[in-house]
Design a protein around this ligand. Structure first.
Ligand code: GUN
Length: 292
């Protein structure tokens, strides 16, 4: 079997166009122009790149981008104070504090300071808590895991009753992805660095989400024939044939896995573009919710 390649770039583009249309409709009807505040603390180069991409995407969707940068040695009070100011600002409908925060800052306290109505990243403990509980609905859910579920549905995966395996238990991807799969009535196993029999466990998965940050760790013979494979990993591997000296690969050995799976996301061009698309969608919904 050769897998269908799930085109995350295309799906993300469709979502972004939908958001842009919804924004213009809302504004034309007298509503507010949605505003997303980005908070970047310190000088992590990857975080700077991600925030720049998020701001550019906002502009393209007609969403106002309000950007704040704080130095790596900013105090806890300073960061939380900024978040509280943004909570009060009626032009700000969504607040995104880029993670990770520099060492020494209390990440949970910063995320807890965000008004849950503006928590477009879905990382506030109340939103995560609701995601973890039966019969409770968070206002927003984390963007990358939401993108994974969207791609699975687009690819035609049946989640209800499926055996799902999530590789990785991070707060940003693995754990919320597992919780979202439970909400979809899948039976979920979460694997991590201490899991025994990793390959066998993965081989049982009808749906496999790899978010472990290890280049091409999931081999073709870890994949159940006909499985749906979502690769969240973005890893650099040395490659002298490339001008920049490296290439990007996922957590899944793509060439091997695509011979076995029913559908698989590529890296790049799979999950990556979905994070920003889901963020824009959440920001537009946050502005809609704020309307009288
Ligand atoms: N760092 C890596 N991914 C994310 C994300 O989706 N949101 C935030 N705030 N920080 C991140």
């Amino acid at each position: 079997m050769t897998a269908a390649i799930i085109d995350g770039k295309q799906v993300a583009e469709e979502i972004r166009e939908g958001v842009a249309k919804a924004v213009e409709k809302m504004v034309a009807e007298g509503g507010p122009r949605p505003g997303l505040a980005t908070v970047l603390v310190g000088d992590n180069p990857a975080s700077h790149t991600y925030v720049r991409m998020k701001r550019k995407a906002c502009a393209e969707a007609g969403i106002e981008s309000i950007h704040h940068e704080l130095p790596a040695d900013a105090t806890q009070e300073k960061v939380e104070g900024l978040v509280r100011e943004l909570n009060k600002d009626p032009k700000v409908h969504g607040i995104l504090v880029q993670l990770p925060l520099p060492a020494g800052l209390d990440e949970e306290a910063v995320l807890r300071a965000i008004d849950i109505e503006k928590d477009v990243d879905g990382f506030h403990p109340i939103n995560i808590g609701r995601l973890a509980q039966k019969g409770r609905d968070p206002l927003f859910v984390p963007c990358t895991p939401a993108g994974c579920i969207k791609l699975l549905k687009k690819a035609g995966a049946k989640l209800e009753g499926a055996k799902a395996v999530v590789l990785g238990r991070s707060n940003i991807v693995g754990m919320p992805a597992a919780l979202l799969l439970v909400k979809e009535n899948a039976t979920v196993t979460i694997c991590h660095s201490r899991t025994k029999n990793l390959a066998e466990t993965c081989r049982e998965a009808d749906v496999l989400i790899a978010a472990i940050g290890r280049a091409e760790m999931v081999r073709g013979d870890w994949v159940k024939p006909g499985a749906y494979v979502i690769d969240v990993g973005i890893n650099r591997v040395d490659d002298d044939t490339k001008k920049r000296g490296y290439r990007l690969v996922g957590d899944v050995a793509f060439e091997e896995a695509k011979e076995v799976a029913a559908a698989i996301t590529p890296v790049p061009g799979g999950v990556g573009p979905m994070t920003i698309a889901m963020l824009l969608d959440a920001t537009q919904r946050a502005a809609q919710r704020a309307m009288p």
